[in-house]
Design a protein around this ligand. Structure first.
Ligand code: ZN
Length: 434
């Protein structure tokens, strides 16, 4: 099936040829345009002419968030300043904030990539897209907005929060697609349910940006909002790599297609920095193929995922990676075990007696010096509080965590709706040790 804004290449060989051409261009461009990259490449003993095959990517040095910090305020800049038409920044404290420059072509390429995301989510130009993500220096609002305009659907740029106005717009403007974080998606679904809007509004798709959604959370959002489960889509994406819009799961939800005609994705073992065997989990490392202002050469994203082998039923040539399984930044160490919140999330999502919201609280016993982990989780919406049932569910979760993560923890079941929901990313780990 030919989708608007899809890649121009038609075969694997054509895609590889395009990638090689882009890789050569990028190394040459960065070497000649950025003193920072030139120094790094010289130190690694690599010249642009050394890149003759895709395999030669292994010769290239890695770029990390440290390179971004050192180059603050305009890191990795590889074009003259007058070619820059916009900057975006990630949230974070000063000094840690990642700032990226964009040329006119970068903004244009990004809009095309994002338009492709709307196409893969089966949107049409008839759609009315309510964009409820943050506008400002962050990439979210601009990304969704420019992509929507490029795609040709009607955009409703409302931004996050303001639930009353969101609901009113859903009713008055006949919104068919809403884009927001998954946390806000849950908040909206609860509101749609509470206000009895289901069946009265035309909403048929939700596209979540910047925060992964668990299966349990998606199921709950679908039930409450009336939006079919397979019409919930995830757009990951990061500021360093344009912003959201560089990948999306199609309606088959067999993985997240990424736009391999714009960047190369390597999955490497974060310890050895060697490729992991196909299908195994590792760190995503990206190299851009056309990015002008701040190209990325083997940028270590710290995001963990795996490549999904084979072809998607949708027939797209664009390869797939799995959902993001956590970040090394999110990881915490508890009794010498590396734990990702997403792993706890995954375990909880298989237990039907609990909801999708949870918190992990870490504490240290002053006397014994022993660390404790408490997992607070909400009782499922439809269940009545019962001490007996809570006790059974607690045991079930404790056993599952013990079995799958090999650590002992305590579980507390709290009432549905009692854990905080936020319109942005919800904080789930509270480390009170020390
Ligand atoms: Zn697909």
């Amino acid at each position: 099936m030919k989708r608007p804004f899809d890649a121009t290449v038609k075969t694997e060989a054509e895609l590889k040829a395009l990638q090689l051409e882009g890789l050569k261009w990028t190394v040459n461009h960065a070497y000649n345009g950025s003193p920072h990259y030139r120094k790094k490449l010289d130190e690694a003993g690599v010249k642009p002419k050394d890149i003759q095959s895709l395999d030669d990517i292994k010769k290239l040095p890695f770029t990390t968030s440290k390179d971004l910090q050192e180059g603050y305020p305009f890191p990795l800049l590889s074009v003259p300043m007058e070619k820059v038409i916009r900057i975006h920044a990630s949230s974070g404290t000063i000094g840690k904030r990642k700032v990226l420059c964009y040329t006119a072509k970068d903004v244009d390429d990004w809009a095309n990539m994002f338009a492709r995301c709307y196409a893969y989510a089966d949107c049409t130009v008839e759609d009315r897209i309510q964009i409820a993500v943050g506008y400002g220096v962050w990439t979210a609002g601009w990304g969704f907005q420019n992509g929507c305009e490029r795609f040709g659907a009607m955009s409703i740029p409302i931004g996050p929060g303001n639930i009353d106005m969101q609901c009113q717009f859903l009713e008055d403007f006949g919104t068919t697609v809403m884009t927001c974080t998954a946390s806000m998606g849950l908040l909206m679904a609860e509101e749609i349910d509470k206000r009895g809007l289901r069946g009265k509004i035309a909403l048929k798709k939700l596209i979540f940006g910047s925060e992964r959604s668990s299966d349990a959370m998606r199921k709950r959002i679908s039930e409450l909002s009336g939006v079919a489960y397979d019409q919930l889509f995830d757009i990951p994406g990061m500021t360093e790599l344009y912003g959201p819009g560089t990948d999306l799961d199609c309606r088959y939800h067999t993985g997240i297609h990424y736009w391999a005609d714009y960047y190369i994705l390597e999955i490497l073992n974060p310890e050895t920095l060697e490729p992991v065997p196909e299908g195994e989990v590792g760190e995503m490392v990206v190299t851009t193929l056309r990015k002008e202002a701040a190209p990325l050469i083997r940028y270590r994203t710290r995001d963990l995922t795996r490549l999904i082998p084979g072809e998607c039923p949708c027939g797209s040539l664009m390869p797939r990676h799995d959902r993001i399984m956590g970040r090394s930044d999110d990881m915490f160490i508890f009794r010498a075990v590396n734990i990702y919140p997403s792993h706890i999330d995954e375990i909880l999502s298989k237990i039907k007696e609990v909801g999708s919201e949870f918190q992990i609280i870490l504490s240290r016993d002053q006397k014994s010096g022993k660390d404790n982990m408490l997992v607070k989780v909400e009782r499922a919406h439809e269940l009545k509080p019962s001490d007996e049932l809570d006790k059974q569910v607690r045991k079930k979760i404790e056993d599952a965590i013990k079995k799958q993560i090999m650590v002992s923890c305590e579980v507390e079941i709290v009432d549905y709706g009692s854990l905080p929901r936020s319109e942005r990313k919800t904080k789930r780990v509270f480390d009170n040790r020390d």
